[in-house]
Design a binder for this molecule. Structure first.
Ligand code: NAD
Length: 334
C-alpha cells in the first residue's frame, strides 16, 4: 500500500496494456521517489500477468476502474494526492474501431476529458504535469515520401485515429484555456514484449508457430515506422519530466518497413530459431482482403525531441524483432 497524501504520486491509466505494462516497471526503477497508481478497467487488452514483476513493489498500487468514472477518478485524486498523470488508457485497435467504434468515442474522448476535468478540479492551478499518450495516426496517411512533424495537419482517417485526435485537441485546450501543464507525445507503431495477440507482429509470430496462414492485408505494401517499446518508455519518461508545457513531441523509431517485409523478417528469424521439419515459415504467408481505409504510410521526423530532450531510438529493428520473437517463444514455451 502507498503512503496516502504523499505529494509525489502519479496516476498512470491503462497500465495493464502493452505499452503501460512495459512503462510501469521501467518508470518505478528509474524514479525511486515516485509512487504509481495504475488505473485500468482491464478490457480484453489489459493483462495483469504482464505486471507481475511490480505487483509487490512498495511504490505501486493497482486500481481496477474506468477512466470515464468521474466519481472514482475524483476519489483517487483525493485519496492519493495525485500530482501527475500519464494517460495510456485507450481502445487501441484500428480494426475494432472499424467494426464497433462506440467504445472508442467513450474511452478515448470522454475518458480523456474526465481525467482532464478531474485534474483541473483537484489541482486548482497547481503546475502538475498531465502527459497524454497519442499516436501518429492522427496525421493521416503519407505518400511515398515526406515525414510527419509536430506541425503536420491533423487528418485522421479511422474512428480510432479520429477519437485520438479529438482527445489530443481536448488536452491542448486545457493548456490554452486553463493554463494546465500538459504535454502530448504522438508515437509510431510500437513493437516488443507484452503486446496483445491481435496486433500485427504478434499475429505473424503466432500464426507462423501454429502452422496456419500468416495473414497480410492487401498487397503487403503498407508502411509503418516501428518503435521498440523500451525506446518509447525512455522517451515518455524524458517528455514527462522535461517536455515543455503545451507542446507536442513526436517519437519514432526510424524503422520504416512494409508489412510483407516484416512477415519475411520474422519468418527468417523463426526458420533459424525453430526450424520446421519440412519447408519454411515463408510458405505460410498469404494475402487477405485489405482493411477498410487502410492508411498507406506513416513516418516520423523525431528531430524535435532529439534536439530538445536528447532522446533517440536506440534499438535496431533486427535486434528488436529478435527480442520480440524470443519473448513470444518463451510465452508459448517453445
Ligand atoms: N501500441 C502502439 O503501437 C501505439 C502507437 C501509438 C499510440 N499508442 C497509444 O498508446 C496508448 C497505449 O497503447 P497500448 O498499445 O498499450 O494499448 P493496449 O490496448 O494494449 O492497452 C490499453 C489499456 O487501457 C485499458 N483501458 C481501456 N479502456 C479503459 C478505460 N475506459 N478505463 C481504464 N482503462 C482502460 C485496457 O484495459 C488496457 O490495459 C494508447 O493511448 C494508444 O492509443 C499505441
Amino acid at each position: 500500500m502507498l503512503d496516502h497524501h504523499s505529494n509525489n504520486t502519479i496516476l498512470i491509466t491503462g497500465g495493464a496494456g502493452f505499452i503501460g505494462s512495459n512503462f510501469i516497471p521501467f518508470f518505478l526503477n528509474k524514479n525511486p521517489s515516485v509512487k504509481v497508481v495504475n488505473l485500468d478497467v482491464l478490457t480484453y487488452a489489459g493483462n495483469l500477468g504482464n505486471l507481475k514483476e511490480v505487483e509487490k513493489h512498495p511504490n505501486y498500487t493497482f486500481k481496477r476502474g474506468d477512466i470515464c468514472d468521474n466519481v472514482l477518478v475524483g476519489h483517487l485524486f483525493e485519496e492519493y494526492g495525485i500530482s501527475g498523470v500519464i494517460n495510456f488508457a485507450a481502445e487501441s485497435h484500428v480494426d475494432n474501431s472499424i467494426n464497433s467504434p462506440r467504445q472508442f468515442i467513450k474511452t478515448n474522448i470522454e475518458g480523456t476529458f474526465n481525467l482532464l476535468e478531474t485534474a483541473r478540479k483537484y489541482w486548482n492551478r497547481k503546475n502538475y504535469r498531465f502527459h497524454h499518450i497519442s499516436t501518429d495516426e492522427v496525421y493521416g496517411s503519407l505518400g511515398e515520401d515526406g515525414f510527419f512533424t509536430e506541425t503536420s495537419n491533423y487528418q485522421p482517417n479511422s474512428p480510432y485515429s479520429a477519437s485520438k485526435a479529438s482527445s489530443d485537441f481536448l488536452v491542448r485546450s486545457y493548456h490554452n484555456t486553463y493554463g494546465m501543464n500538459v504535454v502530448t507525445s504522438n508515437c509510431s507503431n510500437n513493437y516488443g514484449p507484452k503486446q496483445h495477440d491481435e496486433k500485427l507482429i504478434p499475429t505473424i509470430i503466432r500464426s507462423a508457430i501454429n502452422g496456419v496462414k500468416i495473414p497480410i492485408y492487401g498487397n503487403g505494401k503498407n508502411i509503418r515506422d516501428w518503435l521498440f517499446v523500451n525506446d518509447h518508455c525512455v522517451g515518455i519518461d524524458d517528455i514527462y519530466h522535461k517536455g515543455k508545457a503545451g507542446e507536442t513531441y513526436l517519437l519514432g523509431g526510424n524503422n520504416e518497413y512494409d508489412n510483407l517485409t516484416i512477415a519475411n523478417k520474422i519468418c527468417d528469424i523463426l526458420d533459424v530459431k525453430l526450424p520446421k521439419n519440412n519447408g519454411s515459415y515463408h510458405d505460410q504467408i498469404q494475402f487477405v482482403e485489405d482493411r477498410l481505409g487502410h492508411d498507406f504510410r506513416y513516418a516520423i521526423d523525431a528531430s524535435k525531441v532529439s534536439k530538445e530532450l536528447s532522446w533517440n531510438a536506440n534499438e535496431s529493428f533486427d535486434t528488436g524483432l529478435e527480442k520480440t520473437v524470443d519473448w513470444y517463444l518463451k510465452k508459448y514455451q517453445l
